[in-house]
Ligand binder design. Structure first.
Ligand code: F6R
Length: 608
């Protein structure tokens, strides 16, 4: 996720901004930049931005000493590859305005086109640059007024900070759906995307809410809404230490990222629809989508589990045969290719060696590859024919959580789009399912509210040696992900099985006290799953049902129940996995393990 740091006061701005950005490095970034106001007879804005690490800026910042106003940014690419030009801050045509921005401007393409027609020169591929040119367009001696007018025409998510050479006494900031805080000092003030950036200087902050706007000077902070009506805000006293602040007050990144899922889902959904229906026509693959006879989904680990859900969704909605395979297996198989096949690779990091090798093999065979990844400019994003990005933001914990749910979301969106292109669903069905996806973030929130109950369960079972995760259909795919989560962070043996397959062997392992986590979200399969659960209960297992609330009665024989909202069974994996992530997390915490960095595992697996 991108980081913002700004300063206005009486001290040298550059070291303060640089240090603030350094405090945000842990969040991951691919480029960085700083813009400052340089006073003097020929006052101007000074700007340095580079692809790569923050340290790349150091040699170029000397000229900026004495500046007491500036803004800086660390960028995690979303529109446009990581490069010097795409790094923030961005300037207008005259070089008098500089802007840093986190989030996504959804209508940037249309605004950019219009601004180019009006004579503005764009130098980057970013959505952010439209902000600078809009502010330039609306500027008539008031930065505040120009930013307000800009906000009236942009759609999307943003935390932004803007400065203007002609008004060196202020930073103008605004927030919608991306975090922004203002740190309060004595004769100096700070703006930042996250508290750790400013904690060294102050513990008194305003945490802006959506649709809030502020003019920050050295001595004053005036907060209003976008229109200009005053907002009464309380100063928040930060009591966390720096390490806790980096984790947003959570004990571990894994828990923070579990809680970030509603926002990650919203960010991934943004801009995916036109007229209430998914639109991936920009990929330029419609012809292939129409005629393909087979889709191969290839990935590793958690991403592979998202691919399993993808297969079920695409087969159900678009009626295209799909094969999902583990990349390290797929690459050595003797695949029977057909020229109209389509390969979908899924990878959070976009760097996984086996997934990349499978992609390369498909391309050698002349097969088109569509990548689903979280990292713009990653190897897989570069080598695939087309890319759909998840917008989960950087995942720091080794165990994947928010990347997985956003991968699931993309799988559903793709299945819907394929269904439209293939004519297997009518308009009302397409719009209906898309609108269900639009409020799935609120259902995830509801499940997150069950955290305390799930923590108690973990307390009860933290001592066990072995567990089972059972389900049928979509629930089986989620069971596989739940078992993987538990083993990787808690080191407890966890085996996922298709509920109907148990009696063909693994039932022999069930003994008294073994916890069995049962996913029960598929209305039409509930009776079948329940008979399998009776088999394990009869052998002494303790059954924990993760069931939809409308199926509660059918599951009452289970020993424990975690209730999920009554969601369309097709979409249930997105909410069904949440209790399993929380359970795995607390099992690891109860066992005093290094949750964010489990033994023997790496976040990005770039070797075979
Ligand atoms: C598990 C996990 C891994 C990754 C796998 C693929 O929590 O994170 O199983 O899913 O290593 O990584 P990516 O998605 O980066 O290709």
């Amino acid at each position: 996720m991108c980081g913002i740091m700004g300063y206005i006061g009486r001290h040298d701005a550059v070291p303060i901004i640089y240090e603030g950005l350094r405090r945000l490095e842990y969040r991951g970034y691919d480029s960085a930049g700083i813009a400052v106001y340089r006073p003097g007879e020929k006052a101007s804005l000074g700007l340095v931005k580079r692809q790569g690490r923050l340290a790349e800026l150091i040699d170029h910042l000397e000229d900026f000493s004495g500046s007491t106003l500036g803004i800086g940014h660390t960028r995690w690419a979303t529109h446009g590859v990581p490069s010097d030009r795409n790094a923030h801050p961005h300037c207008d045509c005259s070089g008098r305005i500089a802007v840093v921005h986190n989030g996504i401007i959804e209508n940037y393409a249309q605004l950019r086109k219009q601004l180019i027609l009006e004579g503005h020169d764009f130098v980057s591929e970013t959505d952010t640059e439209v902000l600078t040119h809009l502010i330039e367009k609306y500027y008539h001696n008031s930065l505040e007024a120009a930013v307000r007018q800009t906000l009236a025409v942009v759609r999307g998510s943003f935390a932004l900070a803007a400065i203007h050479q002609n008004e060196p006494d202020k930073i103008v900031v605004a927030k919608n759906a991306s975090p922004l805080v203002i740190g309060l000092g004595e004769g100096e003030n700070y703006v930042a995307s996250d508290i750790p950036a400013i904690l060294e200087h102050t513990r008194k902050v305003y945490i802006l809410d959506d649709n809030e706007f502020a003019v920050v000077t050295a001595d004053e902070v005036i907060i209003t809404d976008f229109i200009g009506d005053p907002v009464d805000k309380e100063v928040f006293d930060v009591t966390w230490d720096l390490v806790a602040a980096e984790k947003g007050g959570y004990e571990h990144f894994m828990l923070k990222e579990i809680h970030e899922q509603p926002e990650a889902i919203r960010a991934t959904l943004r801009g995916t629809a036109v007229d209430g229906r998914v639109d991936f026509s920009y990929l330029g693959m419609d012809e292939l989508f129409q005629k393909t006879g087979k889709i191969f989904i290839v990935a590793c680990g958690t991403a592979y589990h998202a691919g399993l859900v993808g297969r079920l969704a695409i087969e159900k909605l678009a009626r295209i045969p799909v094969e999902t395979d583990i990349a390290s297996e797929f690459r050595y198989r003797d695949i029977i290719w057909h020229p109209d096949d389509l390969m979908i690779v899924i990878s959070q990091s976009g760097e996984t060696a086996d997934t990349k090798a499978a992609l390369q093999e498909a391309r050698r065979q002349g097969i088109k590859v569509l990548a689903v990844t979280n990292v713009v400019g990653s190897a897989i994003a570069r080598e695939a024919d087309q890319v759909i990005y998840t917008h989960a933001g950087p995942e720091i914990a080794v165990a994947s959580t928010k990347a997985y749910t956003t991968q699931l979301l993309v799988m559903y969106l793709l299945a819907l789009y394929l269904a439209e292109v293939r004519g297997t669903m009518n308009r009302a069905e397409l719009e209906g399912l898309y609108s269900e996806l639009l409020y799935i973030d609120t259902l995830v929130d509801q499940v997150l509210a069950e955290e305390a109950k799930i923590k108690q369960l973990a307390q009860k079972y933290a001592h066990v040696q072995s567990t089972f995760f059972l389900g049928r259909g979509f629930d089986y795919a989620v069971a596989m992900e739940g078992a993987l989560k538990l083993k990787e962070v808690s080191y407890i043996h966890a085996e996922a099985y298709a509920a109907g397959e148990l009696k063909h062997g693994p039932l022999a392992l069930i003994e008294s006290g073994v916890p069995v986590m049962a996913l029960i979200t598929q209305d039409h399969l509930v009776d079948k799953t329940m008979s399998n659960l009776r088999e394990v209960k009869a052998r002494g297992a303790v059954v924990v049902a993760i069931c939809k609330s409308n199926l509660q009665e059918a599951c009452e024989e289970c020993d424990e129940q975690i209730l999920l909202p009554d969601i369309n069974p097709l979409l249930a994996p997105i909410v069904g996995v949440i209790p399993l992530q929380i359970f795995a997390y607390y099992m690891a915490v109860m066992r005093c393990l290094d949750v964010d960095k489990p033994r023997n595992l790496a976040k990005s697996v770039t070797v075979e």
